[in-house]
Design a protein. Sequence first.
Length: 330
Amino acid sequence: MYTPVFIDELPDASTVSSRKSELYRLTRARGLTELLLDGTTPWHDRACPGCGQDRSQSGNFSQALIPFHRCSHCNTIYAAKVPAQAPLDALRARLQAERPEAHAEADAGSRQEFEFVSVLNWIRLTEARAATGRPLAQVLDYRFCSENPAWPGAVARLAQNRGWQFLPLAPDSEPLADLARTLRQSPPDAVLLNAELDRSADPRALLQTIRDHAPEGTLVFVATSCADGLEYEILGADSPSFVPLDRLNVFSVKGFEALARGLGYDCLEISTPGRLDAVILQRYFTEIESAAVPFWSGFFREADRDRLRDLQILLQRSLRSGVMRFVLKT
Ligand SMILES: [Zn+2]
């Protein structure tokens, strides 16, 4: 198994957390509250979506809005009850339609461009390394295009000769049936699930659909939040990255690997290439002067950019950053 490290420049702290993201968090929380209160949305209780451990054996992570647990076996953080996928998709579509213009413009800034280039490089480098004997000529993007309207344009500019198919969020359809049909009718060489499993009511069903309907040897590129990240470790539910509606599943490396292998996937590559943990934590501890965590509050208040960068590299190397990537093979 390959576990690459991505040493990049650290972003500027001012781009990491801002009033815009506070507005985003509040809007997401309101949407989730409305789903809870509307009386018609079906919700169901569940076990750990990673290793399957019963939730009675897991500790509480957060009780705000809906209960979240932290699995004592695999460390995955998960909503202990989730709505059905259809009302969740309808809410996502509505929140996207309501997004103010300024928000969309701010989103199209350099951080997003960096993420796009990073995803395209990931596919290109994996293609060179994986030695599957065939190029990844056709990629199927599942829903990342809906979350990031600028993504298809970036693909057109930057993806060179690779063919792309976009399967956007379509709230009035049957998403897994649509996905299965697409996989059968125009089989891709690779499927991209970027930041999608975090929001899914049933990540197992999504991965199972791909496993059942994609040709053997298809690569699946999965990027999700990582519960093993230092930010969740230190700040827990106070972590700025914890937006419950967007984080119904925050898998750990161990939990996601158990899920993927249990479904019969090969895991070709695991990495935690996050760049933001150290910068987010420094911002947190400098903004909230009363926050006191042994060792870490002093470390982050005094750290210069070199020290932050060294820590970020250590986190990537030790699979402890807040973003993780898996390359799976069917
Ligand atoms: Zn678990």
